[in-house]
Ligand binder design. Structure first.
Ligand SMILES: [Fe+2]
Length: 293
């Protein structure tokens, strides 16, 4: 063992809860070093319990080490947006406020960002989304995450009954949002021959058995019995009920923070509150998930 390695205690990890319903911060771990199986299990369980886990202080790790860290949580899957990837790492995609769409406009317009869970247009959406901060603005730029399991449990019974068997039809972008959407996404959807992917609005977590409200507002073409426009209004109303402050946590990044979000029990949202002249760059990894039920 080298002198440097011997100064890093193997078991100095601490996991501190942020608040009752959501969030935990992990310190005292170095993802450039091998992580033993017991520690890996502790991290995995903490991600499920707290819905979002933040591993601090990893600014020194390489993309290869980031990928290895991601693989602790399962098999990585490709991001469906293949436009922005880390060179040489097809499983690590890049979210960057300096990206342009094919018309030269900013590719992500924060003001259009809605609460969502990732890739709901796929049959097998990811079970975890991981976000790693490379460059962050001085102020703002947080990723917000909401515990959709606790929020579901807190819903009045009449709403739980009303949404119990509701299905969502998922596409790349809802026809009701095409006017304000990224033109490349709109074009891909208009050219897509694939029928919408049907998922339940209330999802059962395959590992914990708990239920959660689960949708991607921008990608939902319809919920059962509603037009695309009614669907957007209905999901906005449901979003307002679910994203109560006690269920949500907005993480303002420091470079080297790694967020691990359990997509099966949460909704998340990109920020629109920061100075767009400042650079915000995150790497994203997705862990393959199961068919929602
Ligand atoms: Fe997302």
């Amino acid at each position: 063992m080298s002198a440097v390695a011997s100064t890093i205690p193997a078991q100095s990890m601490k996991i501190a809860k942020v608040k009752e319903h959501i969030g935990a911060i992990v310190t005292g771990i170095d993802l450039a070093q091998p992580i033993d199986a017991a520690t890996q299990k502790e991290l995995y369980d903490a991600a499920l319990e707290n819905v979002v886990l933040v591993i601090r202080g990893q600014a020194h790790i390489t993309p290869a080490q980031l990928q290895t860290a991601g693989e602790m949580f399962g098999e990585l899957m490709e991001d469906q947006n293949r436009r922005y990837l880390v060179d040489g790492f097809p499983l690590i995609s890049v979210l960057d406020n300096r990206h342009k769409d094919s018309k030269g406009q900013p590719a992500k317009v924060g003001a259009n960002a809605t609460w969502h869970t990732d890739h709901t247009n796929q049959e097998l959406p990811p079970k975890f989304t991981m976000l790693y901060a490379v460059a962050v603005p001085d102020k703002g730029g947080a990723t917000s995450v909401c515990n959709a399991r606790a929020a579901y449990e807190a819903l009045p019974n009449d709403i739980k009954l009303k949404i119990a068997d509701v299905k969502t039809e998922n596409t790349l972008i809802s026809s009701a949002r095409m006017k304000i959407g990224n033109p490349d996404v709109v074009k891909a959807q208009l050219e897509a021959k694939k029928p919408p992917t049907v998922h339940p609005l209330v999802r059962t977590h395959p590992e914990t058995g708990t239920k959660a409200v689960w949708f991607h507002k921008s990608k939902t073409e319809t919920v059962t019995g509603m037009s695309p426009e009614e669907t957007q209004d209905f999901l906005q109303d449901l979003t307002d009920k679910v994203t109560q402050p006690q269920f949500c946590y907005a993480h303002e990044y420091k470079p080297g923070d790694l967020l691990i979000i359990d997509d099966r029990a949460s909704l998340h949202k990109a920020p629109s509150d920061y100075d767009q002249n400042q650079h915000r760059r995150l790497y994203r990894l997705l862990v393959r998930g199961d068919r929602p039920y």
